[in-house]
Design a protein around this ligand. Sequence first.
Ligand code: ZN
Ligand code: FE
Length: 256
Amino acid sequence: MNDISVFPVRAFQDNYVWTLRQGSNAAVVDPGDAKPVLAYLKAQKLKLTAILNTHHHADHVGGNAELLEHFPVPVYGPYDERIPTVSHRVREGDRFTLQEFGVEFEVFEIPGHTKSHIAFYGGGMLYCGDTLFACGCGRLFEGTPAQMYDSLAKLAQLPAATRVYCGHEYTMANIKFGKAVEAGNAELAKWEQAAGAQRAKDEPTLPSTLAQEKLANPFLRCEQPEVIAAASKHAGKPLKDPVSVLGAIREWKNNF
Ligand code: ZN
Ligand code: FE
């Protein structure tokens, strides 16, 4: 391994523009706003060498054009015309290397939040945008519960130690919801303590790990009896398959 570090540049209310850095080089994931990124690069005397986009939402790609005016770099993103600034379109199974960082990323298609959402996995890091959140998952704007279930299952197969860099600081609210679903899960109380302490110091709660997500994230636990029971109770009918359970708790969370 090498000495890449990852810095959370904040944007808007609760977005993170994950900034990989090594030496004087930087690469950013989902720059929704160019301003804080440019300020950070300038203050740290860094040169931008690549942009990665997970999905087309403005809070993830809105800064591309302005960054490209300053740094004409490759932009890796999904096959989706709604992101015209993508120069390198990638799909499931594609791999590419960020030379300056010596990291090879593998691409996963993870529809659900949007239909063309992708994730980047490499160097033990997972950049998963608004699909898998710490203790939660994204809203189903363009996809079905079945798609989200499959996408989360795909990510869950990666090594347990994988560091999960998602797009938003939603952890505390997600843990609160998790406790409503799975009151008996002691991992949630432990996580709430730890994340609450981080937020009190205005620190990010991210990255999490896949190991932690599997222990506590209700959307990765749709086969657990307590999650099935809570989802069934909320839906007012017995739910038998994990996709229906995911659909029910996602709807529950929408109004939580
Ligand atoms: Zn989004
Ligand atoms: Fe977002």
